[in-house]
Design a protein around this ligand. Structure first.
Ligand code: ADP
Ligand code: ADP
Length: 220
């Protein structure tokens, strides 16, 4: 089963407590929102799950195992972290071809994901000319390349115009409906309430609510 299980993660950066007992589970088949103010520990949690950062204690499992992004030839987890950071001189297609190659995938899959994210027309332009919204689409395309059962997307709504917001919600819902576990972070509940069935609300490195989105909105 493609789940993400985060249990009692603790981590400091110097004297800053980033994670203070972070605990939650992401189940397949629905979009789970990960919401909380900037600095609440969302990105750090995702980096620990991916094995890009180490926690001082606690555990993070993907499908019951410790996940190591850099060691996995096949990407079980598709991640979008910091979409702003792309090589500006390369075209989107070049970017994706290179990543596809490292996963043993070919140009046909690159064109499929370019279509999925609506970048086919712009695919041969330099990524440096892209808007933030287009870079988000490119990051999402890269995350989807290996058709992973688990998706972790950090602030994927940043820079999208209203049309892009509608589009990405539909895409995330259908990716989850196909049985994937989808974790999507935002600092704004309003960005998540129409797409996430379930939300994990965090503050200061820990979970403050873990509930169906209807319950959360009803309470306010
Ligand atoms: P969020 O994604 O919810 O905005 P982060 O996980 O980025 O939160 O940050 C959690 C806390 O850890 C913040 O106080 C942040 O400043 C700190 N932090 C995150 N990464 C680093 C780092 N590389 N060096 C120092 N402090 C960091
Ligand atoms: P081991 O520690 O058993 O050598 P590796 O990390 O080398 O495991 O991975 C072995 C295989 O399992 C690789 O194909 C890798 O992609 C896959 N794998 C690693 N972590 C996970 C995970 N959390 N879920 C599913 N498959 C995984």
């Amino acid at each position: 089963q493609a789940t993400i299980e985060v249990k009692d993660l603790r981590k400091r950066f110097g004297s800053t407590v980033a994670l203070d007992g972070m605990t939650f589970t992401v189940r397949p088949g629905r979009v789970t929102g990960f919401v909380g103010p900037n600095g609440a520990g969302k990105s750090t949690t995702m980096r620990v799950v991916l094995g890009l950062d180490a926690a001082e204690s606690g555990s993070a499992l993907v499908a019951g195992r410790v996940y190591r992004t850099l060691r996995s030839p096949y990407r079980h987890v598709g991640a979008l972290l910091d979409a702003g950071a792309v090589q500006p001189s390369r075209s989107a297609r070049h970017h994706l071809l290179w990543q596809a190659h490292s996963q043993g995938l070919g140009a046909r899959r690159v064109d499929e994901v370019l279509d999925l994210v609506g970048l086919r027309q712009a695919a041969r332009r330099r990524a440096g000319e892209y808007s933030l919204g287009m870079r988000q689409r490119l990051g999402l395309a890269a995350a989807l390349l290996g058709d992973p059962p688990v998706l972790m997307l950090d602030e994927p709504f940043n820079g999208l115009d209203p049309e892009g917001m509608v589009w990405i919600r539909g895409l995330l819902r259908s990716l989850a409906a196909e049985g994937r576990a989808v974790l999507v972070s935002s600092h704004l509940m309003s960005e998540l309430q129409d797409v996430a069935g379930h939300v994990v609300v965090v503050g200061r490195g820990r979970v403050v609510a873990d509930t169906g989105v209807a319950d959360l909105i009803g309470r306010h």
